[in-house]
Ligand binder design. Structure first.
Ligand code: PLP
Length: 367
């Protein structure tokens, strides 16, 4: 990537000794060898830039405490409370945001239904369906944005919960914040609204895009965020939820175990680390730009994304292209639904993975 990225990396202390240039893959923090995995793992949404230097140090230091059960969530909770302007009874931690999304969905929607867009992130909805809780999925509009009016109209007597993902996964699109705010206020007068902000930090002016202000104003809105994406800590399973105290108590009553010591220490060390965030965000934006250029070179339509992935119209059934890519050791992710049968989601990755994707995609498209 460009010189500016190198400067950002240097400012964030991310260039390790011996890293010649930010334009080369070796400029990234050391990458693990994924033996037995695809040559380009583009089906995932993690941030290969990895944890911040401070988070890496905190993880190493936490080994001294590894023999003991985690004893203190207080440092991380204090930082979140300060950052969000919320009292401690309005927030809690979980082992990944999926845990919070799943436990809340099952607890709140018990013997009822959930309204959610489609396609969207739905691992928690699939889990809830296994417990007998069905969802009413509202298709995206023709411009691939949420149909918030239709979602509001879909909230019926059986509905116990509404779910939105901002920005949406897999489209990477953000709704207009004022429109989402109006939806959340109207919907939360009927049922709790769960707003999944897994990619919060990637939005321009994230606090304006976030629905956390509605929690501060007392609405029945639940916001989940995670350290798994931009902060590069997916393997350490730490996330947080912001909501009214009643919802936080409900979530805490369902959580079965404590968070892990290393994840707590790492998250506290990196939350709000602006130099690191600038580097990570520049890296992810650079990856997205690279994916856009690959699409353009192959005349494929794509949606400009605020996530760690890009949703691409393959111009052919995506399942067939996925198989051809798999044979070339490239993994991509598809989402269900007839309207998006030609679309695949391609994740941000290391420069080597994206270069390999660029090389083999024309061959895969030809069939
Ligand atoms: C939109 C969205 N929400 C939540 C999650 C769950 O992330 P985690 O459990 O690691 O916080 C993901 C992960 O892919 C996601 O894409």
């Amino acid at each position: 990537m460009q010189l500016s990225r190198r400067n950002t990396l240097l400012a964030g202390g991310l260039l390790l000794p011996g890293m010649a240039s930010a334009a080369t893959p070796s400029a990234l923090p050391p990458q693990p060898e994924h033996s037995g995995m695809a040559r380009a793992r583009l089906g995932v949404t993690e941030n290969p830039f990895g944890p911040s230097p401070a988070a890496r140090r905190a993880i190493v230091e936490s080994v001294a405490e590894a023999a003991y059960y985690p004893h203190s969530e207080a440092p991380l909770r204090d930082i979140i409370a300060r950052q969000e302007g919320l009292a401690h009874d309005h927030l809690t931690l979980s082992s990944g945001s999926l845990d919070a999304l799943t436990l809340l969905t099952v607890a709140i929607a018990q013997s009822g239904r959930v309204v959610a867009p489609a396609p969207s992130y739905d691992t928690h909805l699939i889990y809830a369906a296994r417990q007998g809780i069905e969802s009413d999925r509202v298709p995206l509009r023709a411009d691939h944005h949420f149909d918030l009016d239709a979602m509001l109209a879909a909230i019926g007597p059986q509905t116990k919960l509404a779910y939105v993902c901002n920005p949406n996964n897999p489209t990477g699109l953000r709704p207009d914040p004022e429109a989402l705010r109006a939806f959340c206020i109207a919907a939360s007068a009927k049922v709790p609204v769960l707003v999944d902000e897994a990619y919060f930090e990637l939005a321009p002016d994230p606090h304006r895009q976030s629905m956390a202000s509605l929690v501060r104003e007392g609405h029945d809105v639940i916001v989940t965020r995670t350290f798994s994406k931009v902060y590069g800590l997916a393997g350490f399973r730490i996330a947080y939820t912001l909501a009214q105290p009643e919802r936080i108590r409900l979530l805490n009553s369902r959580i079965t175990t404590s968070r892990n010591q290393a994840g707590l220490a790492a998250a506290a060390a990196c939350l709000g680390d602006t130099a690191y965030l600038a580097g990570a965000i520049a890296y992810l934006k650079g990856c997205r730009e690279q994916i856009y250029r690959i699409c353009e070179a192959n005349r494929l339509r794509y949606l400009p994304s605020d996530g760690t992935f890009v949703y691409i119209d393959c111009g052919m059934p995506a399942a067939a292209l996925q198989q051809r890519l798999k044979a070339l050791s490239v993994e991509v992710r598809l989402f269900e639904g007839e309207a998006y049968r030609n679309w695949m989601r391609v994740g941000t990755a290391t420069p080597a993975e994206l270069a390999y994707f660029a090389k083999v995609l024309p061959e895969a498209l030809k069939g």
